[in-house]
Design a protein around this ligand. Structure first.
Ligand code: BEZ
Length: 222
C-alpha cells in the first residue's frame, strides 16, 4: 500500500533511514534548517550521476539558503558508497557532503508515493521517479515536483524556487514567470490599495489593461 499523496502545507512525515552517512532521523537531521529530499531510480545510472554531482557542487548555494540536501536511491549503503566515488570522479569533486538514503526495500519510496509504475528494473519492480520535496523548518511541505526517470532535474530552477519561497513568506509579493533573485515582483492580489504606501514605500507600478482592473501591480524586489 502506498502512502497518501502529500499536498503543499502538509506536515512532511518523519522517518528513520540508513544513509551513506549513517542512521538518520529525518527531523533530527534537519534541525532548524530547511531540507530538500530528492529521489533517484537507482545507483550507477547516468542521469542520476549527473544530478548528484550537480547537487554536491551546489552545496554552498544550498547552505546560503539554509537548506540541507538529502538524496534517496533504492540501493544499499554499500552500493551508495561505491557510487559516490564515481560521482566525485565524474563531477570532479574533492568531497561529497550530503547523505544518500538507502531505500533498497522501497519502504520510503512507497510511504512518500515516489514509485513510477512505468519505469521497471530488470526484475520488473517499479523504480522511484525523480521526486523533489522541499520542506521548511517547521516540517511543512513547501514544494513537490515529480519528473520521470528519463528527465534530469534543473537544479538552478530548484534554487530559484527556494529563493521565491523564502522571499514570499515574509514579503507581500509573488514572483512572476521566469523571476530570478533581484528581479521585479508582483504585489499580492490580497494587498488593498490603501496598504500599498506602507508596504511598498518606494512605490509600485500598476499596469493598465483592457479590463480596467488594477491587478497587475509591479514592485522592485523588497
Ligand atoms: C538514469 O539515471 O540515467 C536513468 C535511470 C533509470 C531510467 C532511465 C535513466
Amino acid at each position: 500500500m502506498s502512502g497518501k499523496a502529500l499536498n503543499i502545507g502538509d506536515t512532511f512525515p518523519n522517518f528513520q533511514a540508513n544513509t551513506s552517512e549513517g542512521k538518520v532521523d529525518f527531523y533530527d537531521w534537519m534541525g532548524d534548517s530547511w531540507a530538500i529530499l530528492f529521489s533517484h531510480p537507482a545507483d550507477y545510472t547516468p542521469v542520476c550521476t549527473t544530478e548528484l554531482g550537480r547537487v554536491a557542487a551546489l552545496i554552498p548555494e544550498f547552505r546560503k539558503r539554509g537548506v540541507k540536501p538529502i538524496a534517496l536511491s533504492c540501493d544499499t549503503v554499500e552500493s551508495h558508497k561505491g557510487w559516490i566515488e564515481d560521482i566525485k570522479s565524474f563531477a570532479k569533486l574533492d568531497s561529497f557532503d550530503y547523505p544518500i538514503i538507502a531505500d533498497d526495500k522501497r519502504e520510503l519510496a512507497l510511504k512518500l508515493n515516489m514509485l513510477d509504475k512505468d519505469e521497471l528494473n530488470a526484475e520488473g519492480i517499479p523504480l522511484t521517479c525523480r521526486a523533489v520535496f522541499i520542506v521548511d523548518e517547521k516540517k511543512k511541505l513547501r514544494l513537490s515536483i515529480l519528473y520521470p526517470a528519463t528527465t534530469g532535474r534543473n537544479f538552478d530552477e530548484i534554487l530559484r524556487v527556494i529563493d521565491s519561497l523564502q522571499l514570499t513568506q515574509t514579503k507581500s509579493v509573488a514572483t512572476p514567470a521566469d523571476w530570478k533573485q533581484g528581479g521585479n515582483c508582483m504585489v499580492l492580489p490580497t494587498v488593498k490599495a490603501e496598504e500599498v504606501p506602507q508596504l511598498f514605500p518606494s512605490g509600485i507600478e500598476t499596469v493598465e489593461v483592457p479590463s480596467g482592473k488594477h491587478y497587475l501591480r509591479i514592485t522592485p524586489q523588497p
